[in-house]
Design a protein around this ligand. Structure first.
Ligand SMILES: [Zn+2]
Length: 355
């Protein structure tokens, strides 16, 4: 599963391309992978503009907006009673799409002849769409807003809002469209071999509730040594690795970065979280931040299956000290690394370096 650095890498690449892009159409091929299920998802997204992509833990958060107004929606969508319900439910203004890649989710953006990957590679990933493609987004740059507002197949109707825009607003709109990295025909594919991933459409209020359930972001200012110490102290019987991987306590740390942080801090992942004191706490707190930052710098970790959104393998694999190295010699002391199972996950540590 991609963790914080891998999701952050995808986020940065997609944000650079999709910020300011308008969704022309959405094709849902597997109804259960989206919420609301099936075609309601597609209807709610048609004509929406992507304002930016954020990340919370391992979750991608697409901030979107109907811009500049409801009249830019295809006419049919506004008039059919069922579709009005969809529009009302999501509101006219802001809506949010949450994408979780889980184990085998993959986002692939086709931009001209360039293919931009994020997530896991799967067999046949270069044929698009393929049998694992469950959702397809078709984009258009913002300057095509008026054409889009006319609906597909209809005559081109310039919406009133555009006609009555002041010069300043028009200039600001064209600035926005010049910022977008997409061109007509750009397509984003959501592929998922095992179908654990999801795409969920929510209002900004609903999104806030969901995002609030996540714990501290380890690379944010909120992740202070005091708070870190307090959380570990409270988990009296919890094992260190389980506590670090608990998304409601710390957002974005998974198997790879829990093991690596513990190695750097010279503490065993099976220790009771509450048993860490003073220097150990401070070192672990620093290690978490440094290992995540270093991994982002190298575009994340790749194990054959993981390829970043530039179609490159993440380079951080070269820097891994313990993860995936069970029964191999420790890079620091040469002791054979021990492999165990903790929190249901394969765990590797050095019995000499880590106490
Ligand atoms: Zn060692």
């Amino acid at each position: 599963m991609p963790e914080l650095p891998e999701v952050e890498t995808i986020r940065r690449d997609l944000d650079a391309k999709l910020r300011g892009a308008r969704i022309r159409n959405v094709e849902v091929r597997l109804a259960k992978i989206v919420f609301p299920h099936g075609s309601a998802f597609a209807r709610a997204l048609r004509g929406v503009v992507i304002r930016g992509i954020r990340r919370r833990g391992k979750l991608l958060v697409f901030d979107m907006e109907r811009y500049p107004s409801q009249r830019h929606l295809p006419r049919r969508q506004v008039h059919s009673s069922h579709k009005i319900k969809t529009v009302q439910f999501y509101g006219i203004g802001r809506l949010v799409m949450l994408i979780h890649l889980k184990m085998t989710g993959q986002l692939v953006l086709r931009h001209h002849k360039q293919i931009i990957f994020g997530g896991h590679t799967i067999v046949g990933a270069h044929e698009l769409p393929n049998k694992y493609t469950h959702v397809i987004f078709y984009f258009t740059p913002l300057e095509n807003a008026s054409r889009l507002a006319a609906g597909s197949g209809g005559s081109i109707r310039v919406p009133l809002e555009t006609q009555s825009l002041t010069g300043r607003a028009r200039r600001s709109m064209s600035r926005a469209s010049s910022l977008t990295g997409v061109t007509n025909g750009d397509t984003l594919y959501f592929n998922d071999l095992r179908q654990f991933g999801y795409l969920k459409l929510v209002t900004s209020e609903q999104a806030q509730k969901i995002l609030d359930e996540y714990g501290l972001e380890p690379l944010s200012r909120d992740f202070t040594l005091e708070k870190f110490a307090e959380i570990l102290k409270k988990r009296k019987s919890g094992k260190l690795k389980s506590v670090l991987m608990d998304q409601s306590l710390f957002a974005g740390i998974g198997n790879i970065y829990a093991d690596e942080s513990c190695f750097l801090a010279r503490v065993r992942p099976g220790r009771r979280a509450a048993s860490l004191k003073g220097k150990e706490l401070r070192t672990l707190w620093r290690s978490i931040k440094s290992v995540l930052k270093l991994s982002i710098k190298h575009r994340g970790t790749s194990f054959n299956t993981y390829v970043d959104s530039q179609g490159q393998a993440g380079n951080f694999v070269k820097y891994l000290k313990v993860y995936g190295r069970g029964n191999k010699p420790c890079k620091v002391c040469g002791t054979i690394l021990k492999k165990t199972v903790l929190a249901g996950r394969g765990t590797v540590f050095c019995p000499t370096c880590q106490k």
